[in-house]
Design a protein around this ligand. Structure first.
Ligand SMILES: Cc1ncc(C[n+]2csc(CCOP(=O)(O)OP(=O)(O)O)c2C)c(N)n1
Ligand SMILES: CC(=O)[C@@H](O)[C@H](O)COP(=O)(O)O
Ligand SMILES: [Mg+2]
Length: 590
């Protein structure tokens, strides 16, 4: 048998020329290729290693790209990218100007659907299958690969529920590794575990109960079994459901053992799997840890406090609360809508829920924020992690819309701390008693203060603060972008810039704003959110309402287009939120 099979494969057609017996060797090479590159370039590792055999089998059996293949979330699609024309550019994965870390329609005809947020694949392939039928394409296959954590989300259930009463020619492949990023949770996870242990009898099979032609569970690392089953299913019409079991991180011992860390491990030694860590002894803490550890501190004294995360206990650092107070902290799985309404329910009974959701994933629970929280004015505390530009995950994950989509909701307070102390203090303040729900937005990664465990101070809701004096131009910032202003100020004569940390997008500190508008003719607003409808827009509306139209107001924020992937610093430059760009804007004005 030849070695270096991967070298000769660029597209699935090349793969289909191999013999079945050569495929395990190809799987070995593909795994090594992924490990080699992710070890230095970083990215999502465990999920892609787990579906190497499945990826090869799917492209071998099905006629991609004519048959349509959708990867749910898409963080497991590295093998797919490598086998579909992107092997030579895979080293650019997630980097500025390089390929996306997720399937993307504009990137390849093999990427049937753009993904990044979970649980969309079933609806998407069902839509494609219905379209194929309407167009008379009776032989087309439509395949969704979805993980055990993603299938537990409401949207996936909605898709299954619809698909089961159609004759759509779809195949749903459940890739069950019993893990999300953290261990999978919930009754459905327990059900799948029982099925795998042979405890569930066929007549109780959920997929069959929903009218799917069910098969499995089968070993998703045995390429021969996979080929046999996929070939069999290919000739069966209607909705089909194949349950496969795999190991997240398969093929790299450390990744198999520590599946949470190796979901996206950063740089590591490609032979040993050992992570290559930068010493962060003297670094400021991550905002996530400030959130997680402060919450524990507060929960020790206030037994009404509860914590909620939809499937991100490690990423959000709610894990500290889960460890310390397991009965008062809830990982509800990938269920953002449920997380919000669960929090609303908790408030009705006097509890104080800190509902921690990544800004981008909260988009999914918009109606729940309005209907279940804001209309009833229930003081849920939304902790919006990953607000602003997140970096390498790119357009699907940047948290740049929350200011705009939240500030128009009546009753909702919107706050953005500028540093760790402000995050700590607002977390402290909100448990003292709140009249309204509040969203607290903070970014991914580290803050600015090494000694962050300051004593708690109450924050006055709706109050901004002046941080520095100046006479010519007022710079109004919201959140952590304000930290660049002292550096910007140094580029101008000392009396030029007055800096205001407005703190609250809603309610605006109108008293302070009147003072600012009366004194300054030139104003700049700066935010790490979309320029459309965000904080700057709120200031324009204030100016208009209060007859300050004769003032010059320049808004700096994320432009009205989707920002791709890259390092946060690189993206800040691109959108004009770095020091140099801000200095240039100010120079144009003064
Ligand atoms: C709506 C949404 N919420 C949360 C996430 C974050 N997230 C990305 S992957 C993942 C776990 C996915 O687990 P699973 O579907 O089982 O796939 P696996 O990684 O095990 O292959 C989560 C929670 C997301 N992408 N989308
Ligand atoms: C694929 C996905 O949605 C997550 O893995 C996401 O990449 C996590 O982002 P953080 O690394 O910011 O937690
Ligand atoms: Mg999983």
């Amino acid at each position: 048998m030849k070695n270096n099979l991967l070298e000769h494969i660029n597209i699935p057609q090349d793969l289909r020329n191999l013999s079945v017996d050569e495929l395990p060797q190809l799987a070995k090479e593909l795994r090594e290729f992924i490990i080699d590159i992710v070890a230095t370039k970083e990215g999502h590792l465990g999920a892609s290693l787990g579906v190497v055999e499945l990826t090869i089998a799917l492209h071998y059996v099905f006629d991609t790209p004519n048959d349509l293949l959708v990867w749910d979330v898409g963080h497991q699609a590295y093998g797919h990218k490598i086998l579909t024309g992107r092997k030579t550019i895979f080293h650019t994965n997630r980097q500025l100007g390089g390929i996306s870390g997720f399937p993307k329609r504009s990137e390849s005809e093999y990427d049937a659907f753009g993904v990044g947020h979970s649980s969309t694949s079933i609806s998407a392939v069902l839509g494609m299958a219905i379209a194929s039928k309407l167009k008379g394409e009776s032989n087309k296959q439509h395949i969704a690969v979805i993980g055990d954590a993603s299938i537990a989300s409401g949207m996936a259930f909605e898709g299954l529920n619809h698909a089961g009463v159609t004759d759509a020619n779809i195949l749903i492949i459940l890739n069950d590794n019993a893990m999300g990023i953290d261990p999978s949770v919930g009754a459905l996870k327990e059900y799948f575990t029982n099925v795998k242990a042979g405890k569930s009898v066929r007549k109780n099979n959920i997929a069959e109960a929903l009218n799917f032609n069910y098969s499995g569970p089968i070993n998703g690392h045995d390429i021969h079994i996979l080929l046999e089953e996929l070939n069999r299913l290919k000739s069966i019409k209607g909705p089909k459901f194949l349950h496969i079991t795999t190991t997240k991180g398969k093929g790299l011992r450390k990744a198999e053992k520590d599946q949470i860390t190796y979901h996206a491990p950063g740089k590591f030694d490609k032979i040993t799997g050992e992570r290559i860590l930068k010493s962060d002894d003297n670094s400021p803490p991550k905002y996530q840890d400030v959130f997680g550890l402060t919450l524990v501190e507060l929960a020790e004294k206030n037994d009404k406090i509860v914590g909620i995360t939809p499937a991100m206990p490690t990423g959000s650092s709610l894990k500290y609360m889960l460890e310390k107070f397991p009965e008062r902290a809830f990982d509800v799985g990938i269920a953002e809508q449920h997380a919000v309404t669960l929090s609303a329910g908790l408030v009705t009974q006097g509890m104080i829920p800190y509902c921690n959701i990544y800004s981008t994933f909260l988009q999914r629970a918009y109606d729940q924020i309005i209907h279940d929280v804001a209309i009833q004015n229930l003081p849920v505390i939304f902790c919006l992690d990953r607000a602003g530009l997140v970096g390498e995950d790119g357009a699907t994950h940047h948290g740049v819309f929350d200011i705009a989509y939240l500030r128009l909701i009546p009753n909702l307070v919107v706050y953005a701390p500028m540093n760790e102390a402000e995050l700590r203090n607002i977390l402290y303040t909100v448990q003292l008693g709140l009249e309204h729900p509040i969203a607290i937005r903070y970014p991914r990664g580290r803050g600015t203060t090494v000694d962050w465990k300051t004593s708690f101070k109450k924050i006055e809701i709706g109050k901004g603060k002046q941080l520095s004096q100046g006479e010519k131009i007022a710079v109004l910032t919201i959140g952590t972008v304000g930290n660049v202003i002292p550096k910007v100020k140094r580029e101008f004569p000392t009396n030029t810039i007055a800096h205001f940390n407005m703190q609250f997008v809603k309610p605006l500190d109108e008293k302070l704003l009147h003072k600012i508008f009366k004194k300054f003719n030139l104003l700049i607003t700066i935010e790490d959110g979309t320029i459309i409808g965000g904080f700057g827009s709120a200031i324009l509306e204030f100016a208009c309402t209060n007859n300050y139209q004769n003032k010059t107001i320049k808004r700096i924020g994320v432009p009205d287009n989707f920002i791709e992937h890259g390092k946060v610093d690189e993206l800040y430059k691109i959108v004009g939120l770095d020091k140099e760009s801000i200095v240039k804007e100010i120079e144009k004005l003064v």
